[in-house]
Write a protein that binds this ligand. Structure first.
Ligand code: ARG
Length: 457
């Protein structure tokens, strides 16, 4: 029997029923649904809309259902959605009192409330996992304080950078993601319950009281908006999408840097895979999978935006489409954050190879130009002279590090002995002491700054 059967002569046909159902996926909301119903019943009792004895039976009945569902001795099935299921089961257990629970509410404000409770928890879980990842990155940064590796632009060697600075860069991205989740949590944490179907309710309810019971920070201020707003889902999916973007970039770096061609990092065997045909292969399947899964989360963001864009006020059944994508997105985000945190913890760094590569490709040419500029040569002329020097090196098969003082002087008499020390990769990185730069001190301050901001979450 449907909750709404009264007006109909015939039962819903089996195929329509199956199509209309959300129980197979919204049963995940069972704990939120029951928690919200308990609070609603208590409020109805406090406001004398329901008798205390009914409230007592309702609350006990709901608590029994909750523990049975948790224990797995009760299966949520055979109803249109989780709300119908819980109410039906309650009525089966306690009789008429169960039928009074739906006084002064609608499934429209009920589902909006349940989902906000669920998303709020999901935000907290995402926050914990992101914090864990940043912590792993901080540890890596600390371990890489003395390591120098090539920094790239256009995927061409640009300037030497410090290992700590490299890992800090990703910490910065994930700190911003943490900030996004924190910001959106405020907007999730608003209670729609009491909006009823769309117009509010004629019962003398106390929404502030229900709000307190459910730990919401505020109550919604417009019933029409409250039952049809799913901004919070879109916001979550955007924050999840951007977190996946950052993860995916980290994956791309890992894939490149662990290849033979780069060889800066190594993924340990426990996190690598092989090939069924090529016995020599060690493949980066895990980072590739995480990179691949980013698209899936973006898809869910597009889907919710598209679902929302044409909806007339207020509730429409289209809104039932808010859930499956969300569940898949949070699961994807959680599993990716978890596996990547483990992978970062286990990632091995190869400092000799990094340092050697950092010195290749004339990556300290900017230091040569800076040297001249600091000795009075206009930077543009210094740039041109250094370009000539690089060309000379290419022709002679030399590197900037193997040039003699005489060779430097043949391009400009300004060069002194100290240029020979300035063109090493380590000196180049050390020279960049600006805030956020690659010097030891700057990288150390970068780590301290990440730690400070992480502690605020
Ligand atoms: N399963 C529905 C959903 O997820 C619950 C709300 C139903 N409301 C209604 N007016 N049919 O949106």
């Amino acid at each position: 029997m449907k909750l709404w059967q009264g007006r109909f002569d015939k039962a819903l046909s089996a195929d329509a029923d199956a199509f209309n159902q959300s129980l197979p996926f919204d049963k995940r909301l069972y704990a939120a649904d029951i928690t919200a119903s308990v609070a609603h019943a208590r409020m109805l009792g406090k406001c004398k809309i329901l008798k205390e004895e009914d409230v007592k039976r309702i609350v006990e009945g709901l608590e029994g259902i909750l523990s049975d569902l948790k224990a797995g001795t009760l299966e949520a099935e055979g109803a249109e959605d989780i709300h119908s299921f819980v109410e039906g089961e309650l009525t089966r257990r306690i009789g008429d009192a169960g039928k009074r629970l739906h006084t002064a509410r609608s499934r429209n404000d009920q589902v909006a409330t349940d989902f906000r409770l669920y998303v709020r928890e999901s935000v907290d879980r995402a926050t914990e996992l992101l914090k864990g990842l940043v912590l792993a990155l901080v540890e890596k940064a600390e371990g890489a304080l003395e390591y120098i590796l090539p920094g790239f632009t256009h995927l061409r060697k640009a300037q030497p950078i410090r290992g700590a600075q490299y890992f800090n860069a990703y910490s910065e991205m994930f700190l911003r993601d943490l900030g996004r989740f924190r910001d959106l949590r405020e907007r999730v944490n608003v209670m729609p319950l009491g909006s009823a179907a769309l117009a509010g309710t004629s019962y003398p309810i106390d929404r502030e009281y229900t709000k307190e019971l459910l730990g919401f920070a505020e109550i919604s201020q417009n019933a029409l908006d409250a039952v049809s707003d799913r901004d919070f889902v879109a916001e979550y999916l955007f924050a999840a999408s951007l977190s996946m973007t950052h993860l995916s970039r980290l994956c791309e770096d890992t894939i490149l840097y662990t290849s033979d061609e780069f060889g800066y990092f190594e993924i340990p065997d426990e996190y690598s895979t092989g090939s069924s045909i090529m016995p020599q292969k060690k493949n980066p399947d895990l980072p590739e999978l995480v990179r691949g899964k980013a698209g899936r989360v973006y898809g869910h963001l597009m889907a919710i935006l598209t679902t929302l864009k044409g909806l007339p006020l207020a509730y429409n059944k289209d809104l039932q489409e808010d859930k499956e994508g969300f569940f898949d997105a949070e699961e994807t985000l959680f599993s990716c954050l978890t596996i990547y945190t483990a992978l970062i913890e286990k990632l091995r760094l190869c400092p000799e190879r990094m340092l050697q590569a950092a010195g290749e490709g004339f990556s300290t040419a900017t230091d040569v130009a800076d040297y001249l500029a600091k000795h009075g040569v206009p930077f543009r002329d210094a740039h041109a002279a250094t370009g000539k020097l690089v060309r000379y090196c290419i022709e002679e098969g030399k590197t900037l590090e193997t040039l003699t003082l005489e060779e430097f002087r043949s391009i400009s008499p300004v060069f002194g002995e100290d240029i020979l020390r300035a063109v090493t990769a380590r000196a180049s990185a050390e020279a960049r002491g600006s805030v956020g730069g690659s010097s030891h001190k700057a990288a150390l301050e970068g780590i301290a700054s990440v730690k400070r901001r992480l502690a605020a979450f």
